[in-house]
Write a protein that binds this ligand. Structure first.
Ligand SMILES: [Zn+2]
Length: 118
């Protein structure tokens, strides 16, 4: 079987080992392990790396969107309240995607926290 691409795995929330769905147990929380092959998702520590990137990316998207909307339509001020749920949604969606992608990368490259060989 060909290795599925990391992006496809991340988008589908799929296990990097067997490709079965069910990586997530909730919006951005990983399930304890794969229900299909038993890969222990909690042994991967993706940390908060994605969150920092995400804040920058979501911030840029929302800022550009707000400026574009303002220049194009000059809506009343309250229309811009829409950016709050948009930013929240993008952050949650992006965080899940980023974490799933990182876990896939760690799985592929067998990255682990530094350890003296035992
Ligand atoms: Zn699996």
């Amino acid at each position: 079987m060909a290795e599925p691409s990391p992006v496809a795995l991340a988008l589908g929330g799929r296990c990097p080992q067997c490709g079965a769905p069910g990586l997530f147990d909730g919006l951005v929380r990983f399930a304890p392990k794969c229900r299909a092959c038993g890969l222990d998702f909690h042994s991967f520590n993706v940390g908060d790396g994605p969150a920092a990137f995400l804040i920058l990316i979501v911030g840029a998207i929302v800022t550009i969107g707000a400026i574009t909307l303002e220049l194009a339509a000059e809506p009343p001020w309250w229309v811009h309240l829409v950016w709050i749920p948009v930013a929240t949604g993008l952050t949650i969606f992006g965080l899940g995607l980023g974490k799933a992608w990182l876990l896939g990368q760690e799985y592929q490259h067998r990255a682990r926290e530094g350890r003296i060989s035992e």
